[in-house]
Structures are given as C-alpha cells and as structure tokens.
Design a protein around this ligand. Structure first.
Ligand code: OAD
Length: 233
C-alpha cells in the first residue's frame, strides 16, 4: 500500500464547531495568544491559562468528529495513512484514525511542570491550581506553547520523508516548525491542499488545491485518488 501522509490544522475541526485560530472571529481574535498560550503567560497568570484550556476541554467534550475526520479513516482502505496534526483535540482518535501524531500536544492530557516525562490522561476534566503530579509539582496542560520546543517534530519529519502522497488540510501554515514540514516531502510526489480559503504557500512546490471545506474536500480527494490510481480495480 502507498503511504499517504496528512497534515491537519484547526480547519479540519471547524465543521465540528471548534473555532480556528486565525479566521474571522477565531480564538486569537478573542484572546491574547501570549497571555494564554506562552510560558511567560503561564508564569504571569496560571489561573487564566488553566481556565482557557479548561474551556477548550469542555467544548471538546460535546464536539463530534465530522465528515473530514471520518473521510481520512475511509482512506485507510486504500492507503497506509499517517495523520500528523497540529490540533490538540481528540477528534481524529474518536473518528478512528490508526496512526496519529500530535505536534502541539493534547487537551485530554496534563503534564508535570517539574518532570516533562510525567504525562497523565485527564479526559475532559479540569486542571486547577493545586492539582499536583506525584512529585508534588503543579500540573499544566500538555500543550506546546509559543516559544517552546516541538518534541514530535523529528518523528513528523521522518514520517513525511516516507510519504508517497501528501495532503494538507485546514491550516494557514503560519506556525513553524509545522509549516516547514512540506519541505521534507520527496520531490515529485503529489501534494494536495484542502481549504475553503486561499493559503499563502511560500514553497516552490506544485500543489493541487481543493478549495472546499474539509468534509467535502476529503470526499473529492478520495474520489479523485480512486479514479487516478485505479483503486477500485
Ligand atoms: P489557523 O486558524 O491558523 O488556520 C485555519 C485554516 O483552516 C485556515 O487556512 C482556514 O481557511 C481553514 N479553514 C477554515 N474552515 C475550514 C473548514 N471547514 N475546512 C477546512 N479548512 C478550513 O489554524 P492552524 O493553521 O491549525 O498552536 O494553526 C496552527 C497553530 O496555531 C495551532 O496548532 C495553534 C495556533 O496557535 C498552538 O496553540 C500551539
């Protein structure tokens, strides 16, 4: 089977009712990103940061995977699919995708502020000031904040280097190092981009643009690949 790698961003969860970051009325229009998603913000006002992610977790609990997430699971009939996501939600998991790498962390996990290797599942529960790891240190959201390293990036690079097809869905490609991953796709492989809005791509790569929302876009992509690669024969 060919290896199809998908890089997803907030846009794939938009049809599940989860706000993107940089669209009109997106999260970063309503919150100061440096207050709620940076380590300095955490040091300044821990309760504000905890509340921000507690709210995101409450919202996620009632959200459901949409046709875009489910369509990627369908593609596993034809391809060995790897999903690399910038999203911190668990909608790819709940849709049933088998191989998922979270670049920016996961809302449903907490981690120790003392020992980064201590990561614990909290499902959709809150983290509050005073919630401690076994070593007695405060727990924090298991989220990569601005200015922090992205530990999963080297694994993402090695996955993309082995891709036979690369699909980008619902990301403005504004945030590095995630936005630079496209550079690691082998020259000559087909690259598709699904987004209802124009995406500024600074790359000198040929990209097939499917100008649709994720749900419809993944359906169009699947039909196109089935035809082009004779997958139903
Ligand atoms: P953005 O909010 O920057 O971009 C969302 C993209 O989704 C835009 O290109 C939209 O046009 C597109 N979009 C909107 N609705 C869509 C739909 N229904 N279907 C498909 N696409 C749609 O979100 P990201 O690129 O994911 O990081 O942002 C990257 C990172 O910036 C996030 O992981 C987050 C943020 O700060 C952290 O918080 C660490």
């Amino acid at each position: 089977m060919q290896h199809l790698v998908v890089l997803t961003g907030a846009g794939i969860s938009a049809e599940s009712g989860i706000k993107t970051f940089r669209d009109q009325d997106g999260l970063w229009e309503n919150y100061d990103v440096m207050e709620v998603a940076s380590y300095d913000g955490w040091l300044r006002n821990q309760d504000l940061v905890l509340q921000f992610y507690n709210d995101r977790r409450h919202q996620l609990k009632s959200a459901q995977p949409n046709a875009g997430h489910k369509g990627l699971v369908e593609l596993e009939k034809y391809f060995n699919v790897s999903v690399i996501t910038q999203n911190v939600d668990d909608l790819h998991e709940r849709a049933g995708s088998k191989n998922i790498l979270h670049l920016h962390g996961e809302l449903t996990k907490a981690r120790s502020t003392k020992n980064p290797a201590y990561i614990t599942d909290i499902r959709y529960n809150d983290i509050n000031t005073g919630d401690l790891c076994p070593e007695g240190a405060q727990l924090r959201p298991h989220i990569v904040w601005f200015g922090e390293e992205v530990p999963a990036i080297s694994e993402a690079i090695s996955i993309i280097q082995k891709a036979d097809l690369f699909v980008i869905i619902g990301t403005s490609l504004n945030v590095y190092p995630a936005a630079g991953l496209i550079d690691y796709a082998s020259i000559g492989i087909q690259i598709f981009l699904i987004d209802p809005n124009p995406v500024q791509s600074p790359y000198n790569r040929k990209i097939e643009f499917i100008k649709e929302k994720a749900g419809k876009g993944v359906e169009i992509l699947t039909n196109l690949l089935r035809k082009r690669l004779n997958l139903d024969l």
